[in-house]
Design a protein around this ligand. Sequence first.
Ligand SMILES: [Zn+2]
Length: 335
Amino acid sequence: MVGFTVLSISYDRGPRLRRDETVISFDSSRSGDFHCVSHAHADHRPSDPAYRSLMTLWTSRLLAARGTPISGSTHFYNYDIDVKVYDEIVIRLVNAGHMLGSSMFEVRLDGHTLLYTGDINTEGSILDEPARPVRADYLVLEATYGDPSYRFKPRETIYSMILRWIVSTLREGFVPAFKVYSAGKSQEIMGLVNSSLGVPVISDSNIARVSAVYRDQYPQISYFHIHSEEGREVLRDGEYVLISSARIAERISGHKLHWAVATGWAQTRTFPSYKKAFPLSAHDDFYRLMRFVEEVDPRFVFTVYGFSRRLAANLRRTGRRALAIDESQMNHFID
Ligand SMILES: [Zn+2]
């Protein structure tokens, strides 16, 4: 008898690709599956680090620095290498441009190709190379900012806005302070300040732990830990940029802080308790997501996270077959 396989995609705490009894899941906390972990942000990591999983070595090191040590049968691979995970199932990790070690997963099985993006940034940043599209039959696409109200300014423009604000805040005698994610955004602003201004950067403990990993890849990054000897000296001087994962104080060593945030949500929301909100995002906006779909040119798009329904509806309006997969528990069969 000639055997045939049944392929389907579903969603249960993350997208899951099933081929008969084998299940490969992406950024899911569901136990028992083979896990592809796209990057080290908290909403994408497996709850049980002992799962069978696949990720970059950078992702595992960053997860460990953020308090999730990786054990069990985890496979670490660099980008662009074919990894055979089961009979006839080959997975390749492809740079996602979202943060250090972030990857998309290109899965090849039974003559089909599926691309799971995780979080993507096709623009790149001062540290990260941009994600490049990969041709695929099926695309599982993040939709965090998948609504037409999200059109981000070019990164260079936002960088200039940030640098101008830092300089003017220092001139007025205040300390510019950023409350940002400890992994990714912190190091991007650090790299920006390091490369453009001769002003020291102070970081909190969370950010210092993550930045120590980043520095192995980007040795140009420089910062002082807030509780180190040198850090305390810089604090007394009062001329520095503070990057912190929490809003720790309003005044340090007699110097008043002016707090800012840097997030894509600043495109549509106000942050009244902050002096400034910069729309700096490590994700693609709606328009870059739409362009990415054109370049991948899949037969079907499954959208996940954020504005998944709205992005799928917009894709359907352009003639694409698209569905928000996180809105249903159904199995979607692949033929
Ligand atoms: Zn992320």
